[in-house]
Design a protein. Structure first.
Length: 333
């Protein structure tokens, strides 16, 4: 009888959780701006397209910016807020500065300016960023996926929180799995979202310990392909200036959203410790292999994982605000 009572309690808890999750899903929905600002997604796409035509590398910044926004305080556009004399904001936290280009933030500014002229006070900065990240994937060769919208903007942004909430490039598999689980994402979601590393660049400082100072036994990470390591050493000399150099995260196709990243992992050519960590167990290695050999399935999974990530900690209804200027909270001048 005790087991049956416990089962009823557990069932009630699960039902309550599912109902709350369904309510959250209902608050964000496709076509959210269909009546209030029908041109919203077209305007954002137009600005992303113009910027990426001039510098295709900005797509990776937009994608990373959305990820970093969602993992700190939820997908509330707080990464877009500028620092003030009294507060260092997320965008100036070590994981974001200097890795995110100023031009990427300007894309959001330009889109927001046009949106305010078109439909004042209707489209949140958080939604603009979510749309822009999706558009960056599409314009880099990835599949289009629908973005449920209706997020509102947060009013708090702290650089210190980027250090505690964002998984660093030296995390192992267990640490990565824990970091994503905290945000309601599965290990499979984590492996799928890591595929974003198929575009963009990294500063050598994020991985040069694997080349020169891995641990007390090995100077060079033994899991790193020696030929690839030699190539990286040429581009990232063991000097202070070398640490500031940049290399593609996926050297085979650094501006194309494809499955080459996973092929690199199979060849022991993952750039970060956290990349190669995806090969740590037979289960995760199988997921990597599946993504590497079936590009269409990966692309579909990636869109679904991005939509799931885009629901983290969202502000809806009367919570938060819709910022007039994505760089400052309303009422602050």
């Amino acid at each position: 009888m005790a087991f049956r009572r416990g089962g009823r309690v557990l069932l009630a808890f699960v039902l309550a959780f599912c109902l709350s999750a369904t309510k959250l899903e209902a608050q964000l929905h496709k076509g959210y701006y269909f009546k209030t600002c029908p041109q919203a997604e077209f305007i954002v796409m137009d600005e992303v397209k113009k910027a990426m035509a001039a510098d295709i590398g900005l797509g990776a910044d937009l994608l990373r910016m959305h990820f970093h926004d969602c993992f700190v305080r939820g997908c509330d556009g707080s990464i877009l807020i500028d620092s003030t004399p009294d507060n260092t904001a997320e965008k100036d936290g070590r994981p974001n500065n200097p890795s995110l280009e100023a031009e990427a933030f300007e894309i959001i500014d330009n889109a927001k300016k046009r949106l305010e002229a078109e439909c004042r006070g209707k489209v949140s900065c958080a939604d603009v960023l979510a749309f822009a990240a999706r558009d960056a994937v599409v314009l880099s060769g990835g599949l289009y996926y629908e973005i449920p919208a209706g997020r509102r903007d947060g009013r708090v942004s702290k650089a210190s929180e980027t250090l505690t909430e964002l998984p660093p490039p030296f995390f192992d598999l267990n640490q990565l799995t824990w970091s994503f689980a905290r945000k309601g994402l599965t290990q499979d979601d984590m492996i799928t979202l890591s595929g974003a590393h198929t575009i963009g660049q990294s500063h050598c400082s994020s991985f040069n310990n694997r080349l020169y100072n891995f641990n007390s036994t090995f100077g060079q990470d033994p899991s790193l392909d020696p030929v690839y390591a030699a190539q990286l050493k040429q581009k990232c000399p063991n000097t202070s200036s070398g640490a500031n150099q940049q290399v593609p995260m996926d050297p085979n196709s650094p501006t194309t959203f494809d499955t080459s990243y996973y092929g690199s992992l199979l060849a022991h050519r993952g750039l970060f410790t956290s990349d190669q960590a995806l090969m740590s167990t037979p289960v995760t290695a199988q997921k990597v292999w599946e993504n590497a050999v079936n590009g269409l399935a990966f692309q579909k999974k990636f869109g679904e994982a991005m939509k799931k990530m885009g629901n983290i900690g969202v502000l809806t209804g009367s919570k938060g605000e819709i910022r007039e200027n994505c760089r400052v909270v309303n009422g602050f001048h």
